[in-house]
Design a protein around this ligand. Sequence first.
Ligand code: GAL
Length: 654
Amino acid sequence: MIWFGGDYNPEQWDESVWDDDIRLMAEAHVSMVTVGVFSWSMLEPSEGNFTFEWLDRILDKLHAAGIRVDLATATASPPPWLTHNYPEVLPMTEQGVRLQAGSRQQYCPSSPVFRRLATRLASEIAQRYAGHPALEMWHINNEYGCHLSHCYCDVSAVAFRQWLAIKYATVDHLNEAWGTAFWSQRYGSFEEIHTPSAAPYFKNPGQVLDFDRFSSDELLECFRSEAQAVRAISPGVPLTTNFMGFFKPVDYWKWAAEIDVISDDSYPDPADPDSPMIAAMSRDLMRSLGSGKPWILMEQAASAVNWRDVNAAKPEGMMRAWSYQAIARGADGVLFFQWRQSVRGGERFHSAMLPHTGTDTASWRSITQLGRELVDMPASGDRISPASTAIMFDWDTWWSIEQPGLPATLSYLELVRGWYRPLYEAGVAVDFVNPASDLAAYKVVIVPSLFAAAASSIETLAAFGESGGTLLVTFQTAITDESGQLTPGGYLGSLATTLGVRIDEFFPQPHRHEVQMNGPLGRGVGTVWAERLISHDAEVMAHFTGGPLQGCPAVTRKSWGAGASWYVATEPDDRSRKAIIEQVLSDGKVEESGVVAPAGVEVAVRGGRRFIINHTDREQSFEVHTGHGADAPQKHSLGAYGVTVLAEQGALVL
Ligand code: GAL
């Protein structure tokens, strides 16, 4: 069985509604609900006074109906009394504005008062419900950092100084790492350092990067404080906190090791044709964060959200297709925000499993149909074995490459998506790895712009490329070290030898500018970036034609016996990128999925099962190649937003 359900906020409703909720949950085959995420003010209406009786009643009812509970620690939205009594808990923006209560997440992550009161509430809840028979899992806080990830207040400044003192030990080391001889920024003591609030011009890159790391770590400390308290009282019950896909402020690699069940909230835009690819990439990250452990899709929308300019509804079938996509890419649970659509508050127009318009609706029918299907769908429970292909993803790089004052304004996520796309379209399974990952399991590793690279990361990549792995590295890799400093004498470090190239000068391309390419890969076009690249002993697979870079290599390949190391100095157009990826997969001897499907039809492999998902609004057909010599491929078709699952031998099981 795959978990099925959603956020349940019974405190928004009169208790007379609760029995109806439970009856309809049973009708929809709901197996788990997340309770209490935003109920701090209802559980602790004034400081130190706890009112659990209402929560007792609803948990008992859920248990009687056989519905399991992912119980929240309720700390995501501090109640008004808290910031009224302790105004210093209110966070401050980069511009020095104090954010007020009246929305949610209005707390400074470094506030000792917030941490103390949040941890006390988590402990009280754990004490009361550790033995409750409905309890399946603990849900710590909610979407850490979603609205408030960086706080610039004085309390944060104190914590930042402590964090820096632990990292650097002496202020001289800090001065060295941040390069404070520049612009007269030398610090005489840690006391002189502040959070990098709004400033007249470029801030110190090392300070900003450390503040990003600190901010992610402070949220992690908030998590740890609650998690430790809950674990001490309720050992053995798994614990989660919900991630948000590729979320820049929080380094999920660092967090993942401390979380029993990885879970994710996912709200792709139904109006964006790229959404299936974007969602697939997040789902692959979630599986990778847990090293292949099944994860839970903790929140998605039944239909529209309410926080875009225009909130497109999901056409019939899309919600089901995206749910199966999550399962195909490692999820063992599909949950929604939220169970019953609110009639009050800021999210009245966000869709829910049970819409305003009731049960005689297309949306309710889709929910109940999916709930029914997931009862019979086996959860794997097991770790999913690594893919053959990996993409490197690194938060230090994300924080560094998007700072101001660089050769060009680049979007790290766009660069990574650029390389994920052709793999997604070809149905090639992809894991994400980080610079400290063991790469031994992979045949192909793609490194899109690992801008900030420690010497050890460069060595890992060089060793992978030189010992039989197939490596693809793109421009703006190994440009700085981990503190943002460049090494005099050139870019790429020892990767220059692995790749067989040297960079002479960057030629970033203005918006919409195109550079022409030609060579063994055929004619193509590059955008965004180019460079004057010199090949030492790499084969030139494409060179720039025309303009100041006429004749310079654009794409190179250096053979290392069993594998090859590729370098790409531009953002290639779709055709060129596809040609590069085909060659790289062939260098790495990556096996194909055996399914040939048109654009818009996704192929994802989980264990022995292949999921085929039609993301288009038309019928589509696809072919399954059995791999038995001259056997003719089997032809199948799928209706609009249809999903099918093939067992190993090619039989349809859904
Ligand atoms: C999430 C959040 C939910 C709800 C949802 C709306 O960020 O965890 O509580 O607000 O978004 O899309």
